[in-house]
Design a protein around this ligand. Structure first.
Ligand SMILES: [Zn+2]
Ligand SMILES: [Zn+2]
Length: 322
């Protein structure tokens, strides 16, 4: 049985990357099973590093993250190699003894080729967001947008927010070069994107850290479109002060910009008493259009960046020192 013996005790079936250089992975946690892809050779260096599921954060050895298709493929390739080896070995044992005499009985062993074991080929799936981790440089791709880095475990929420805020800055650059009407629309859209990026960011952080929240079931539903309300929610849920790292003036500016976005989104940008009460904006007049300049939105981008940094580290630390 030379051929079979040559296969050894362990068969190693290589898994080849897809056309973008990615290898598919699947979370072994039963209630998750999330599919994602990583590029080998990027990210952390070293043997036996654990892998983190980008969706649920589950951590285990990289070998536990093979996809069902990869396992089926590897099993079929292994079965094919084993049956081929056995076939070759049997072939060598072929013999034929002719019958002797009138009543003799002959024996023979002929090994005929059987139907080969089919190989279960597979294709990796197309995913939605490609990320290069800002911490460890792993290149990975996921469904949706937010994820933990499969190598170092760092969540990409700040990275995604930064990317979105960069686009906001570019929209504002554009607004400075076009006619008034278009410029106004661009500035309004930049403000809207700023607020919705922060809303998505805050929402995701609450989801990631919901186990630390006073009421985990409600933590997922936190909204960040209204800063004063978000501040109350964060205090109630995590005993963290959202505005702690901002100056009073920065916080006031941010609240005013968020309220302007509310007016633009829901009141055609026309000032009402509610806006004046919530912002204390002394320049605003009820019934008139609210003013909004690029400088104001640029300032908001900076404040949001600062706010996001501190919220991220505060929630990470939350609950550690009661
Ligand atoms: Zn998972
Ligand atoms: Zn990383």
């Amino acid at each position: 049985m030379d051929n079979l013996r040559r296969l050894g005790e362990r068969l190693s079936i290589p898994i080849t990357p897809d056309e973008d250089g990615f290898i598919g992975r699947e979370c072994p946690q039963l209630d998750c099973g999330g599919y994602f892809k990583i590029e080998l050779g990027t990210g952390l260096k070293g043997e036996g590093l654990p892998c983190h599921c980008p969706y649920c954060g589950h951590t285990a050895g990289l070998d536990k993250f093979a996809t069902k298709e990869q396992i089926e493929y590897a099993t079929s390739v292994a079965m094919r190699e084993i049956t081929d080896a056995v076939h070759e070995d049997l072939k060598k044992m072929e013999f034929e003894h002719k019958p002797k005499g009138a009543f003799g009985i002959g024996f023979s062993l002929k090994v005929k080729p059987g139907r080969p074991i089919p190989i279960h080929y597979y294709r990796e799936k197309q995913l939605e967001t490609e990320v290069v981790c800002s911490n460890c440089t792993l290149r990975y791709s996921v469904y949706g947008v937010f994820a933990f880095c499969p190598d170092c475990g760092q969540h990409n929420s700040l990275q995604i927010l930064d990317k979105n805020l960069e686009v906001v800055d570019k929209m504002l650059d554009l607004a400075e070069d076009v006619e008034t009407e278009l410029a106004e629309r661009l500035i309004e859209n930049a403000l809207e994107d700023c607020v919705s990026s922060f809303d998505g960011f805050g929402h995701e952080l609450c989801r990631v850290y919901k186990e630390k929240a006073a009421d985990p079931a409600k933590a997922d539903k936190a909204s960040f479109q209204n800063l004063n309300r978000a501040k109350l929610t964060i205090r109630r849920m995590f005993h963290v002060d959202l505005s702690a790292d901002l100056t009073a003036d920065e916080w006031r500016s941010a609240v005013r910009a968020f309220q302007k976005r509310h007016l633009i989104a829901h009141k055609m940008g026309v000032v009402d008493q509610d806006y004046i009460t919530k912002t204390g904006d002394i320049q605003a007049v009820t019934g008139r259009k609210v003013s909004l300049g690029t400088d104001e939105v640029r300032r908001l981008v900076q404040i949001i960046s600062k706010l996001a940094q501190s919220l991220s580290s505060d929630l990470q630390e939350a609950g550690k020192n009661p």
